[in-house]
Design a protein around this ligand. Structure first.
Ligand SMILES: Nc1ncnc2c1ncn2[C@@H]1O[C@H](COP(=O)(O)OP(=O)(O)O)[C@@H](O)[C@H]1O
Ligand SMILES: [Mg+2]
Length: 458
């Protein structure tokens, strides 16, 4: 079921319920009003009869004075309303009735008349007639100086009158049906208009394949749908960057590995019996270099994964001292500890140790025997610092911008030993902790690389 059809179905259901409720309520209210009105009509008739009997009007001079005559005159003067009829009972049988023909004759109903005769005081009841149920009131009449006993019966044809309500309800129902159809049409159009941009986004999304991540959805306005389009475009930006990054990564890695492979092949192809040993050493050397590159690449490839760093309680003092102990045998330098932070933070101690050793190996490469290399740790407001400082040649100004990029080395790199993956690994480890790497360097006077971590690392 399409979103459009679903919206329409809901609209129609709500409208239908509202209309049905209105119809039902209207019918009930009208029916109650009608019952009330007809009951009043009976009471009104009773009062009128009493007033008539008490007035001289009921006994004009020269006319016979009997109950029958009294009631007869009353019936002549008082005509029933619609859905109403009057008749008189005298001497136990129905006598006269209103001149207007009623919807159903009750004066012919012997069983009813017999029952009504028994009333000694005004009484009310309900009776079934040919036109449905009717309410009646019977008022016994006996007059002073008038022989005979009688009664006036007032009948209100309730069900018959309710037929009018049926008409009203039917007209309302027809109008409700029309309103429902109209609501359906309008709902269909409005839903279509609202959903059109969503459809556009979907169609555009379908057309944007993995091969064509440069396409974007055209965003108009500032509503939710526009926001959806913008979010979608942002996601495409990220995807495009990620794909491009991956392509570059593979490109760089392939390129970097091709050199040692070419060297190894060349030497093996040209190898004579006499230079076997030299070639063997050279090949082993190149393979070791490849091994280092592949290891570093694996670390970098993993750095995007969620499990790359596993933060635990890590003692910064232990980390500082242990790193120095591992560094000391690497070269003959003046090894120092600048500062030791006596703090425990949540961080991945092994990865941080790996990063510090990368910095140490760079420091060793860019210093000479006897020059100073120092390791330190400290805590400032909100962050923990770990650093490696040397008094070597420093980072050339023109290289600073690029040395944290993959496979990029400085103009002072020298030798074939590195592949430009050390600092990117350090940066990746810092970033995985929510931190960063800072560089202070004075060319000719040494460099200091600082890993800055938030003291509440993720
Ligand atoms: N302690 C340092 N002193 C001077 N230059 C440095 C130092 N550490 C790094 N560099 C510069 O940063 C570049 C990148 O370092 P790195 O990513 O570890 O790659 P690699 O060591 O393979 O060259 C180096 O080539 C060098 O130019
Ligand atoms: Mg390095």
């Amino acid at each position: 079921m399409s979103a459009r059809a679903r919206i329409l179905a809901w609209v129609l259901l709500v409208v239908l319920l509202a209309l049905a409720g209105t119809l039902l309520a209207t019918r009930t209210v009208l029916r109650n009003q009608l019952d009330q009105r007809l009951d009043n009509e009976i009471a009104h008739g009773t009062n009128k009869l009493r007033a008539y009997l008490a007035s001289p009007d009921s006994r004009p001079p020269g006319q016979p004075v009997t109950v029958d005559a009294l009631l007869g005159r009353y019936l002549e003067r008082n005509l029933p309303e619609k859905y109403e009829t009057f008749f008189s009972i005298v001497g136990g049988v129905a006598s006269r009735r209103s001149a207007i023909e009623p919807p159903a004759r009750l004066d012919n109903d012997h069983a009813l008349v017999t029952e009504l005769v028994r009333a000694t005081a005004p009484a009310y009841g309900t009776v079934n007639t040919a036109v449905g149920s009717a309410r009646y009131g019977v008022i016994p009449v006996s007059a002073e100086n008038a022989p005979g006993r009688g009664a006036l019966v007032i009948v209100e044809f309730v069900d018959h009158a309710a037929g009018e309500i049926g008409d009203v309800v039917r007209v309302m129902a027809v109008m409700s049906g029309a309103a429902l159809v109209l609501a359906g049409l309008v709902g269909w159009l409005v839903a279509g208009r609202i959903l059109a941009p969503v459809r556009e986004v979907r169609l555009a999304a379908e057309q944007i394949g993995e091969s064509d991540l440069t396409r974007r959805i055209e965003v108009r306005g500032s509503d939710d749908v526009a926001a959806l389009g913008r979010t979608f475009n942002t996601m495409l930006d990220r995807l495009e960057r990620a794909f491009a990054g991956q392509r570059d990564f593979l490109d760089d890695a392939g390129h970097e590995l091709r050199t040692p492979i070419t060297i190894v092949r060349g030497h093996l192809e040209l190898m004579g019996d006499e230079d076997r040993e030299t070639t063997r050493l050279l090949v082993l050397d190149e393979l070791a270099r490849m091994q280092r590159i592949v290891d570093d690449l694996l670390v970098l490839a993993k750095s995007g994964n969620p499990g790359f760093v596993v933060p635990v309680e890590t003692d910064l003092a232990d980390l500082t001292v242990e790193t120095l102990a591992k560094a000391r045998p690497l070269a003959d330098r003046a090894w120092r500890v600048d500062a030791v932070a006596e703090t425990v933070i949540r961080a991945d101690g092994q990865r941080l140790g790996q990063a510090l050793l990368q910095l140490v190996s760079n420091a060793v490469r860019h210093t000479r025997d006897g020059q100073e290399i120092a390791i330190g740790s400290a805590v400032t407001a909100g962050s923990a610092l770990l650093w490696v400082r040397d008094t070597g040649e420093g980072v050339p100004l023109d290289s600073r911008a690029r040395i944290f990029e993959r496979f990029k080395r400085g103009t002072n790199a020298g030798g074939d030993d590195g592949a430009g993956l050390g600092l990117p690994i350090v940066a990746a480890i810092a970033e995985a902790h929510g931190g960063r790497v800072l560089l202070d360097s004075v060319p000719g006077a040494g460099a200091r690389f600082t890993i800055e971590l938030p003291s509440e690392a993720p």
